[in-house]
Design a protein around this ligand. Structure first.
Ligand code: GLA
Length: 678
């Protein structure tokens, strides 16, 4: 991604004045409203002066095209109408999704002779007002986008700086109900001033318009945003990969105290359904956003969404956590070792509790009802919001959660708790990545967390077809008293010819009164490199993470789509083989203790303009750093990097951003090879 074009240009005060005067001249005689002097609204941080307009009393829900289309041509009125149709047809509207929002690139680069914005006639031949009417006729609301700068972020259409009142009025005249106001090309004008001017311009239209502040958390908007807008982005842009979701979660989760009805932290729009993460990761993304009371803006093209995507986005029990009228954002109970416990106070006295495993292996996560903020009680009713089952617990809330997974519950004290079956926690150890043809020992357990006995408890483990999974101890117990555990041992044999890939192993417990608990683990079947020297781009990878689009094999990273790279070129030298990465990036592969030498020529790809980009390359083996480069820039030629990986099981190729953010960090592992024995 060439994010250089997104940076606000740094102009001098004189240049800024010229820009603002120029803007006035363009609109003809400047209206009083559009004069720069009118940007001097009261920006003092008076906590009581919150927007008191009754809008966004729960986090806004809806759709925005950006994450699925960016500015590509498929972003047009047919898409938006189709999405609006599907929101109604699939029941997503009834589930709460309301706003249908356009992002960047909906207008032409130039205003008309009256200073008005001109919708792109290719994308929106019927105009924006007609599109808003279409959306409204579906019982939905309509949103639009511009930037608090001279141009928007794609540098493709005019921004509203200096045109706030006229643009706001144009939006209101079209029937706009929601404005996302971005931060690009802001000419260095103070953020509070820019965003406050648009607040006042929107208010002056008299139309209720939800106002989304999108300044990426750069000016701590949580400290002033409640007086200015209804939501504010807390971070940079999300992308469709796990590291992005995790880092945004970690930043946003700390801001709980600033969120409430009418004023929300916005960790950016949803990526659920866009293909870069697993279903487990998308369920975590949706769970975490909901428990953080985040706006839920669908960011996938619903016209081609799978049933699984619609099921995740349409999970009403999870949506109810997000939309709870008390408007609390979850707080952190604990987070050691990537084992996050979050609790959200709900208006009915219950708590939503998330057990989120941020780590790369399955882990047991445990808390208690008391730690989650519930009053002492002999028993609690506990609803599993993904498995849609109800049980009771005597106080312990625990689960073995798969890597990147989230167990989400709604827990409440309930005098009638004993009428529900006891919660049975299912766990397993020993399900690990392994080579085809190997056998491992697995231990599986079922623990009664309730206050009444569980009867006829039975454990089963199932895996892919053809996998031989056999118990070596009894798998049933006639009765588990409160607190008791049934422990069982198994052998798990992976068939000889199993291709390297990710596979699911499911551990389930059944018991009476009628209940069923399941935990799914993922495991990689590993394949060591063949004897001799191999290109790392030809090997199976066990993990791949990238700051922009997927890591490409034998081309540069290119843009965000898969397969859109160019020939790998560093310092004018082109390479036929290698990896095209983008910081922050990790590619992991299995060496199986058979390999010795790793070599590559690394550097910033020449596709980055003007020698931009600063990255550093690292080679890790089983958690130990073996080799690294100094920070390299686009001006450096190919840098030879070698590492002795003798004895390593897992090797990781890591690219960091050189400490200055990820702008233009297109990083190549050119001609990356590894030598291995048989
Ligand atoms: C910025 C915003 C994104 C999106 C793009 C459009 O990067 O943060 O959400 O609106 O601009 O260009």
């Amino acid at each position: 991604m060439r994010r250089t074009d997104r940076k606000p240009s740094r102009k001098t005060a004189a240049a800024l004045t010229a820009v603002l005067i120029g803007a006035g001249a363009l609109t003809g005689p400047a209206t009083a409203a559009d004069r720069p002097a009118d940007t001097s609204a009261d920006t003092s941080a008076d906590a009581s002066a919150r927007l008191d307009d009754g809008l966004a009393l729960t986090p806004p829900m809806g759709f925005n095209n950006w994450n699925s289309t960016h500015c590509r041509p498929e972003f047009d009125e047919e898409m938006i109408k189709g999405v609006a149709d599907i929101i109604v047809e699939t029941g997503l509207k009834d589930a709460g999704y309301e706003y249908v929002n356009l992002d960047d690139c909906w207008a032409l680069p130039e205003r008309d002779a009256d200073g008005k914005l001109v919708p792109d006639p290719e994308r929106f031949p019927s105009g924006i007002a007609a599109l808003a009417d279409y959306v409204h006729a579906k019982g939905l609301k309509f949103g639009i986008y511009t930037s608090a700068g001279t141009m928007t972020c794609a540098n493709d259409m005019p921004g509203a700086l200096g045109h706030e009142y006229s643009d706001a009025q144009q939006f209101a005249d079209w029937g706009v109900d929601y404005l996302k106001y971005d931060n690009c090309n802001n000419q260095g004008v103070d953020a509070i001033e820019r965003y406050t001017t648009m607040r006042d311009a929107l208010a002056a239209t008299g139309r209720p318009i939800v106002y989304s502040i999108c300044e990426w958390g750069q000016n701590d908007p949580w400290t002033w945003g409640a007086d200015v807008g209804h939501l504010w982005r807390t971070t940079g842009d999300i992308s469709d990969n796990w590291p992005s979701v995790l880092s945004i979660f970690e930043a946003n989760v700390r801001l709980a105290e600033y969120a409430g009805p009418g004023h929300w932290n916005d960790p950016d729009m949803l990526e659920v359904g866009n293909g870069g993460m697993t279903a487990t990761e998308y369920r975590s993304h949706f769970s975490l956003w909901s428990i953080m009371a985040a706006p839920l803006l669908i960011g996938t093209d619903l016209r081609v969404a799978t049933d699984e995507t619609i099921d995740i986005l349409g999970n009403r029990e999870v949506i109810a956590v997000d939309q709870d009228p008390l408007g609390r954002q979850a707080t952190v109970v604990s987070s050691e070792g990537g084992r996050w416990v979050l609790t959200k106070k709900m208006s009915d006295g219950s708590r939503a509790v998330a057990l989120f495993n941020a780590s790369d292996t399955a882990q047991r996560i445990e808390t208690t009802a008391a730690a989650a903020g519930l009053p002492e009680a002999p028993g609690y009713r506990m609803r599993d919001l993904w498995q849609h089952t109800t049980s009771h617990t005597a106080g312990t809330i625990a689960a073995t959660v798969p890597a990147h997974g989230t167990a989400l519950y709604r827990v409440r004290p309930d005098d009638g708790w004993a009428a529900y079956p006891p919660a049975v926690e299912v766990g397993a150890t020993g399900i690990a990545d392994a080579e085809a043809g190997t056998t491992s020992e697995v231990t599986a357990s079922a623990t009664n967390l309730g206050g009444t006995p569980a009867r006829s408890v039975s454990l089963t483990i199932t895996g892919p077809d053809g996998w031989d999974i056999q118990p070596t101890t009894a798998t049933r117990a006639p009765r588990l008293r409160p607190g008791e555990t049934l422990t069982t041992r198994w052998t798990l044999r992976i068939p000889e010819d199993t291709p390297p890939d990710t596979y699911e192993i499911t551990v389930s417990a059944t018991h009476r009164p009628s209940a069923h608990t399941t935990t799914t683990f993922t495991t990689h079947v590993l394949q060591p490199p063949p004897a001799g020297t191999s290109h790392i781009s030809d090997l199976p990878w066990t993990r791949e993470a990238n700051g922009w689009g997927p890591v490409e094999r034998d081309t540069s990273v290119g843009e965000s789509a898969a397969g859109d790279g160019r020939p790998l070129t560093v310092g004018g030298t082109t390479y036929a083989k290698g990896l095209g990465a983008h910081a922050p990036s990790t590619v992991a592969f299995y060496a199986g203790e058979r390999c010795t030498d790793l070599t590559a020529y690394v550097g910033v790809d020449d596709e980055v303009p003007e020698s931009a980009g600063t990255v550093a390359f690292e080679v890790w083996a089983d958690g130990t750093l073996l080799a690294s480069t100094p920070t390299l820039t686009g001006a450096d030629g190919p840098h030879p990097l070698t590492a002795d990986v003798t004895g390593a099981r897992h090797v990781e190729l890591v690219v960091t951003d050189g400490g200055d953010g990820i702008t233009s960090d297109h990083a190549d592992w050119a001609d990356a090879t590894i030598s291995c024995a048989a």
